[in-house]
Design a protein. Structure first.
Length: 246
């Protein structure tokens, strides 16, 4: 992985970004820091200002594990072209509603089988679920138990994350497929994507350097992303570099 904000990374970013490049960004851990309570994950004021400027200059989408309505709330009126929620499943005008019944059944089953597990919370995103265990007394043991229960859910794809287990419909598009579909819908031949978590690897694994500039927040030897930022606090510098590209 190359450090994006070093001389080589900055030069390659500037060479890639041009008018019409799709800017696609994750939210938690990317635009906003990871916090103990997901509903309190807000962008810093300067980040918000920079994102608004980027969205005025480039076609911009948010591709997040959050529900679409929750992400729209957190964006607070910033005019991006699309907000794609639930790890790529929830698109504007999409057909995610067909999964409501299945996800409701999963939620009931998880609530029943995890009811004695302290410090665990089930976040219902309507079309997917997130089981948080950050506040469990023994997070590793909680993770193992949640994964065992989730593995029994019919028609579910289980995705790991930062102190969270995500449960999404097995046949739903992942973030990589969702990004390519967004490029097609919006007529963008190339995209820059930034994410920080396991679910973002579906984008990084596309490995299309001629049309995809992929950046991971946080260096990881196991990641397929070719570029990295050291941590979320460097996101403002990346947005400034995008704005400075000619």
């Amino acid at each position: 992985m190359k450090y994006l904000l070093g001389p080589t990374g900055r030069s390659e970013l500037a060479a890639f970004v041009r008018p019409g490049t799709l800017i696609a960004l994750d939210y938690d851990g990317t635009l906003a820091p990871i916090v103990g309570r997901p509903d309190e994950a807000t962008m810093a004021g300067h980040t918000r200002e920079l994102l608004a400027r980027v969205a005025r200059r480039f076609p911009t989408v948010i591709l997040t594990g959050r529900s679409r309505i929750d992400a729209l709330r957190l964006l607070g009126g910033i005019s991006v072209l699309e907000v794609i929620g639930s790890h790529g499943l929830e698109t504007p005008g999409g057909t995610a509603a067909r999964f409501l019944g299945r996800v409701g059944q999963w939620r009931a089953r998880l609530a029943e089988r995890l009811r004695t597990l302290s410090g665990v919370a089930i976040e219902d995103k309507r079309y997917s679920l997130a089981v948080h265990y950050r506040h469990a007394p023994d997070p590793a043991a909680a993770q193992e138990q949640i994964e065992q229960v989730a593995a029994l859910l019919e028609g579910a794809r289980i995705l790991g994350g930062k102190a969270v287990i995500n449960v999404v419909p097995q046949e739903a598009p992942h973030k990589g497929a969702a990004l390519l579909a967004a490029c097609a819908r919006l007529g963008c031949r190339r995209a820059l994507y930034v994410g920080d978590d396991e679910t973002d690897e579906d984008v990084f694994a596309l490995r299309q350097p001629e049309r995809l500039f992929a950046v991971r927040v946080g260096e990881s030897a196991g990641s397929a992303a070719p570029y990295f930022l050291r941590d979320q606090s460097e996101m403002d510098q990346l947005l400034e570099a995008i704005l400075g590209a000619r």
